[in-house]
Design a protein around this ligand. Sequence first.
Ligand SMILES: *Cc1c(COP(=O)(O)O)cnc(C)c1O
Length: 240
Amino acid sequence: MHNTSHKSANIVENIGNIRQFIDKTCQKYDRTPNSVALLAVSKTRPAADIRQAYQAGQHHFGENYLQEALEKIEQLKDLDIEWHFIGSIQSNKTREIAEHFQWVHSVDRLKIAQRLSQQRPPSLPPLNICLQINISHEDSKGGMSLEQLEQSFDEIMQLPNLRVRGLMAIPAPADDFTMQREQFSNMRLTLEQLQQSHPSLDTLSMGMSNDIEAAIAEGSTLLRIGTAIFGPREAKPKNS
Ligand SMILES: *Cc1c(COP(=O)(O)O)cnc(C)c1O
C-alpha cells in the first residue's frame, strides 16, 4: 500500500492500453465498437489500486475471495462500483454474495442458483448471473458440463430474483492462438443455441490477460482482466 504513486501510474496507463487494444481488436474481427466490456479483476489488490483504476474510468470490478471482497466493498462504498463475484462458491457463502454483489459469474450448479435467488434481498434488483461452463473438461476446474447445463438451465431461468445474462468459462491455459479460439468458439456456439429460445441472454464472460484477442475474435462481451491491469499477483490470501 505504500509507494502507490509509481504503481498507480502504471494502472492508469495499463487500462488505457487495454482499452485501445480492445478497440483495435474489435475492428480486426468486425465486432461493434463498445460491444466488449472490461471487468477489472482486483483479487489480492489493495483498495488504493481499485481507486486508481476507478479514476481512470473503470467501474466494474471482479473479486474471487468473499472475505477480502467484503472488506474492499466497505472501504470503497463512496464510489459507484459494480461488484462482480467470479470465484468458486461454497453454499454457505451465497447469502453474503447475494447481498453485496451486482453480478455473479461463477454459478456452477442449480443449488447455488436457488440459494442466490432465495437470498437476494427484495429491495435490490435481480442479481445478474452467468453460468460457468467447464469448457475444457478439466477435473480440477469449476463449472458445469454441457450436459449439466442442459439439465438445469430451464429451472435456473425460472428463478425469480436472478437475471440470467449468459455464460462464463475459464478454459485450460493454452499459449496457442488456434487452441484458445477453439475453446471460446465452443462457448459462443453454446450461447447461440440458448439464445434461440432465450434472446435476452447477452453475455459471454470470457478472456483473461493471456487470451484477450482469441476471446474477442469468438464473441466475448466481457473480458475479465487482472494481471494486465494491476501487474503480477502474489499468492492468494489465507482464509479466503
Ligand atoms: C484471476 C482471474 C481472472 C484474471 O486473470 P488474469 O490472468 O490476471 O487476467 C479472470 N477470471 C477469473 C475467474 C479469475 O479468477
